[in-house]
Design a protein around this ligand. Structure first.
Ligand code: S3P
Length: 433
């Protein structure tokens, strides 16, 4: 098992660039694969999660050329051009890969079985399977979890579905099945979630309507190949944004970060806590707004985080818990029950990790209460194989006077290959242990 020893660091400096957005990278291969023609992707995240999607689509007959580490050409086969894979598709650690594919595969004329690693095999899939069955899809889960088998349906029908939880993966799976359905497919969400699927489908020439919380499309439209420029992932930038708030020297900048408004809850939450954080818009890349973000050491204070910001910062909450540990006073997060079904139970695992380094906290059914303001003590944190937990505790070294041990860090490569080198270059002290 790979572990880190993270020694106390004084500050972070310079500028960093983070790898491409994970959500957008997955979608670029999926939509490129079912489009007509040649889709060029730049800024692709060559992390294990997105590479699992890439290999899955290759196994279904899509030729993908890798021009360099982050540039791809996807030779799309058209809406009905995928071929049945010769074996089970292994989606690794990637929830987005399996859930979005369940939707897309519901409309195919072949049978596919998908599985994943131990973490993925413990995650709920009925939230996707149930609405897809309402559309006529033939899907079997294994007691609600992977492996999942998708068989050919006679004909999918559009539905008008109200999501019971704020989930972009469920919304996206239904819309992707909707491409193959008769009539209109609509999804209404209880709170805004990332809208990369809707934006990218439009980039591929589709008419996708959004009216308030409802997104819809009519089935049968062909996608036309396009260029996809993937911006830096705000979920990876998050570690450096928090590091900058805790210990950034003047001029510490995270460059080229996607700031789609369905993803910027972290900026709002840090500002509520008193962060000095400046956003310098750059341009629009692949239908997504992009900015450089400058952040500096700030006197953070504890807050009650408005629950409506939670879905807009869902993957950034673990590192926001570290910001809370460094803030004066108590911070309370609620409305975050979805964290219990991520790559790990992120509420329980963060609570355990914070406790191991002496941060007072109380686990709530849908959140956590964190007492901030103390220095951390030496301790061992088990990431439970969750990439974002491991990286969060690397940032926590800015609050520590003694080294921290972080266990089970291999999965950092799922979303942020090169994290250690990037973190070291700006001042964190991470050693393999
Ligand atoms: C994602 C949606 C979110 C997020 C995940 C990526 C996506 O999951 O946590 O990392 O790419 O659509 P949920 O839909 O389960 O909230």
């Amino acid at each position: 098992m790979k572990n880190w020893k993270v020694s106390p660091a004084q500050g972070v400096h310079g500028s960093v660039r983070v790898p491409g957005d994970k959500s957008i990278s997955h979608r670029s291969v999926m939509l490129g694969g079912i489009a007509k023609g040649r889709t060029e992707v730049t800024g692709f995240l060559a992390g294990a999660d997105c590479l699992a999607t890439l290999e899955a689509f290759r196994a279904m007959g899509v030729a993908v050329e890798r021009l360099d580490e982050t540039s791809l050409v996807v030779h799309g086969r058209g809406l009905h051009g995928l071929a049945g894979p010769s074996s089970v598709l292994d989606m690794g650690n990637a929830g987005t890969a399996i859930r979005l594919s369940m939707g897309l595969l519901s409309g195919q004329r072949f049978t596919t079985t998908m599985t994943g690693d131990e973490s993925l095999r413990s995650r709920p899939m009925e939230r996707v399977a149930a609405p897809l069955r309402q559309m006529g899809a033939q899907i079997e889960t294994t007691a609600g979890k992977p492996p999942v088998t998708v068989r050919p349906a006679t004909q999918l029908r559009g539905i008008d579905y109200a999501l019971p939880m704020a989930s972009a993966q469920v919304k996206s799976a239904i819309l992707l099945a909707g491409l193959y359905a008769e009539g209109r497919t609509s999804v209404t969400e209880p709170a805004p979630t990332r809208d990369h699927t809707e934006r990218m489908l439009r980039g591929f020439g589709l008419d996708v309507q959004t009216e308030g919380p409802r997104a819809s499309l009519v089935g049968g439209q062909e996608l036309t190949a396009t260029r996809v420029q993937v911006p830096g992932d705000i979920s990876s930038a998050a570690f450096f944004l928090v590091a900058g708030c805790l210990a950034g020297e003047e001029g510490f900048v995270v460059e080229n970060v996607g700031i789609n408004p369905t993803r910027t809850g972290i900026i709002d939450i840090l500002r509520l806590m008193g962060a000095d954080l400046r956003v310098y818009p750059r341009d629009i890349q692949g239908g997504e707004p992009v900015a450089d973000i400058e952040v500096r050491r700030s006197a953070l204070r504890g807050v009650a985080v408005p629950p409506e910001l939670v879905p807009l910062a869902i993957d950034e909450l673990p590192v926001l818990f570290i910001a809370a540990a460094g803030a004066q006073g108590e911070t309370v997060f609620t409305g975050a029950a979805e964290l219990r079904v991520k790559e790990s139970d992120r509420l329980a695992v963060m609570s355990e990790g914070l406790g191991a380094v002496g941060v007072p906290n109380e686990l709530l059914p849908d959140g956590i209460r964190i007492g901030g303001g103390q220095r951390l003590r030496a301790g061992t944190i088990d990431s439970h194989g969750d990439h974002r937990i491991a990286m969060s505790f690397a940032v926590a070294s800015l609050l520590a006077d003694e080294p921290l041990s972080v266990r089970d860090v291999t999965n950092v490569a799922t979303s942020f290959p090169g994290f250690v080198a990037t973190a070291r270059a700006c001042g964190l002290h991470i050693a393999l242990a």
